[in-house]
Design a protein around this ligand. Structure first.
Ligand SMILES: Nc1ncnc2c1ncn2[C@@H]1O[C@H](COP(=O)(O)OP(=O)(O)O)[C@@H](O)[C@H]1O
Ligand SMILES: [Mg+2]
Length: 225
């Protein structure tokens, strides 16, 4: 699905200084796998995830999505590809406070191909059932716990039927019990819906939820090539 080939990422820091976050990393993400990425803070995990999602441009090397180089497309084609092929879940739930749970989940369809409103609502309800929040459709984010909010974010990430779900430390803000519940949810999405998942975590025990583990150290893949 995604081929990362000899990718280097250097961030300029001004005054001629720079930091190299990735040193020639190569990695293939295959359809249907649940990849976990662990490693210390600063090891390049987020950079790798953002490169895979086409959110960050590589300094050198290539990233191919189903054989297409995202960075050779026009801006419009790129954003279309991102919104249609990827779903994102970050560390802190990012819901719009003025919208209900259901409307937050429907939001990504605004940027995609036109869909029937009735169909969108039906799909949002199905996804909210899937994440165990069918009784919160009309609630507002502030009325939900952190774990429930993260479930809404996961439902929202699935709204456009993405090929790949990218999650950057999605449970690091949660207590241990809620963390395990969210991990069970990811496992269920992977097995029952066949979704390909790439997840960064700082907790080594969570690696067992995935089908493949990668460990990053100092901007390189130290383990699990
Ligand atoms: N936007 C940025 N600008 C400058 N430096 C960055 C930026 N993003 C990340 N870095 C640096 O790149 C390195 C890797 O960061 P990151 O990919 O966020 O690692 P991780 O997610 O494993 O903590 C770190 O040294 C970090 O400070
Ligand atoms: Mg990070």
């Amino acid at each position: 699905m995604i081929t990362i080939n000899e990718v280097t990422k250097t961030y300029p820091l001004g005054k001629g200084n720079s930091v190299t976050a990735l040193h020639g990393v190569s990695l293939k993400i295959k359809k249907g796998e649940f990849m976990t990425i662990i490693g210390r803070s600063g090891s390049g995990k987020t950079t790798l995830l953002n490169l895979a999602a086409g959110l960050t441009r590589p300094t050198s090397g290539k990233i191919l999505l189903d054989g297409t180089d995202l960075w050779k497309l026009t801006d419009q084609q790129q954003s279309h590809m991102r919104s249609q092929k990827f779903g994102f879940v970050f560390q802190f739930p990012s819901l719009l406070p003025a919208l209900t749970v259901q409307d937050n989940v429907i939001l990504p369809t605004v940027f995609g191909k036109k869909q029937e409103p009735a169909q969108m609502h039906e799909r949002a309800i199905q996804l909210l059932k899937k994440v165990g929040l069918e009784d919160k459709l009309e609630a507002y984010p502030r009325q939900l716990s952190a774990g429930q909010q993260q479930r809404v974010v996961i439902a929202r990430a699935l709204m456009n039927q993405p090929q790949l779900l990218l999650a950057d430390e999605p449970t690091s803000n949660l207590d241990e019990k809620t963390e395990l519940e969210i991990m069970e949810l990811f496992r269920d999405l992977h097995t029952s819906m066949g979704i390909t998942i790439m997840m960064v975590t700082h907790t080594r025990q969570l690696v067992s939820y995935g089908t493949r583990a990668i460990e990053m150290a100092n901007g390189e893949i130290a383990n699990g090539h």
